[in-house]
Design a protein around this ligand. Structure first.
Ligand SMILES: Nc1ncnc2c1ncn2[C@@H]1O[C@H](COP(=O)(O)OP(=O)(O)OP(=O)(O)O)[C@@H](O)[C@H]1O
Length: 359
């Protein structure tokens, strides 16, 4: 767990107001030609809602289809099949020229910032306003307001190469917000940054969401980013959304192996294979891993067990708090008379999820 990220937000977003709706959306690419031609199914039958006002995370390993999924939203990639609406506007099947109204409502930031190196900071932020035909005075005032918001007023006349990575991304954010979009797409927006700078950018994104009310879809391969700012999250694997739900739920009860791996990458409360081997060598009794959380009375079960001669040792574990709920897991070694230990295992299995570490 990193101390360098802000604590998770209180879940927001309005489930009754769907901003982006995916319905059985697929996207395939044709690669190669002749005999080498093949289809890559980058997004495979995805159905998902993004609610107005929330920060929605999309997490997955490289090649899972995250970027493609998000690029479908603003029509950077056309949908192959299914329905995709933004504020009720059907994006699927539209020509480039028909996408202008939806693109106006969407800003985007990128891993490599994509700034114009030959323009100043102010010039970069001003660019979309020029394209949108804003008069000069209005543009100047808007640029000043945006640079103030991202804390870069003093850097207006600098060129991107004179800025740190975090500052460049803040320019990217200011530019993406210039024409007041309703939705901000952030594609690996912190992946090129060190942990401290990541925190700085995540805090700006949180303010974009909370103070300006802008919905954010953030793609990442880092669970720390999800933990820090996402209200809800979708886990992608091989083009599919294998799991989605509130960030708290995914952390507390990951259902797929992929989600479990992401959660354990930041929580470290469940022993991995090597740690299990070490635990087996160090403990002769029965080893069980139990999920803990608010309202799960593990202590009561262990006290009852103690009355019947069952001893327990905490061999591994960790408990974290996210959005005011505690969760995590503990690995116990249970020793005592077989039937009494079995009674404790049965009772723990009744009140929570229990996995046994094979002998
Ligand atoms: N323009 C394209 N042409 C052909 N194949 C593509 C194209 N864009 C993406 N793909 C393929 O689609 C799959 C999903 O790629 P995508 O970039 O969406 O994944 P990702 O989860 O964002 O990965 P990364 O984090 O590495 O960017 C990959 O197999 C990729 O090679």
């Amino acid at each position: 767990m990193s101390a360098a990220v802000p604590s998770g937000p209180v879940a927001r977003g309005r489930p009754d107001e769907v901003l982006v709706a995916f319905r059985n959306v697929s996207k395939s690419f044709r690669t190669g030609s002749g005999r080498a031609a093949r289809e890559v199914l980058a997004v495979d039958d995805v159905s998902l809602d993004v609610h107005r006002g929330e920060i929605f995370g999309v997490i997955g390993y490289s090649g899972a289809g995250k970027s493609t999924l998000v690029r479908l939203i603003n029509g950077l990639e056309p949908v192959s099949s299914g329905s995709l609406t933004v504020e009720g506007f059907e994006v699927a099947g539209r020509k480039e020229t028909e996408l202008a109204p939806v693109r106006q409502e969407i800003g985007m930031i990128f891993q490599q910032f994509n700034l114009f190196t030959s323009r100043t900071v102010a010039g970069n932020v001003e660019y979309p306003l020029k394209r949108a035909g804003w008069p000069k005075e209005k543009r100047r005032a808007r640029v000043a307001e945006l640079l103030e918001f991202v804390g870069l007023s003093a850097r207006a006349g600098n060129y991107p190469e004179q800025l740190s990575g975090g500052q460049k991304q803040r320019v990217g954010i200011a530019r993406a917000l210039a024409t007041s979009p309703k939705l901000l797409l952030a594609d690996e927006s912190t992946s090129a940054l060190d942990p401290e700078t990541t925190q700085e950018v995540l805090q700006v994104l949180q303010r974009v969401n909370r103070e300006l009310g802008i919905t954010i879809v953030i793609i990442t391969h880092e669970m720390d980013v999800v933990r820090a700012i996402a209200d809800r999250v979708a886990v992608m694997q091989d083009g599919k959304v294998v799991e989605h739900g509130s960030t708290v739920d995914i952390f507390a009860r990951p259902r797929t192996e992929t989600a479990r791996r992401f959660v354990s990458s930041v929580l470290h409360s469940v022993p991995d294979e090597r740690e299990v081997e070490r635990l087996r060598r160090a403990h002769r009794g029965r080893l069980v891993i139990v999920d803990v959380g608010d309202g799960v009375d593990i202590g009561g079960v262990l006290s009852d067990g103690a009355a019947r001669g069952v001893r327990f040792t905490i061999a591994y574990g960790g408990i974290s708090v996210l959005q005011e709920q505690s969760f995590g897991s503990l690995t116990f070694e249970l020793t005592g008379e077989d039937a009494a230990v079995q009674a404790v295992v049965d009772e723990l299995s009744r009140i929570t999820t229990l996995r046994e570490v094979a002998a």
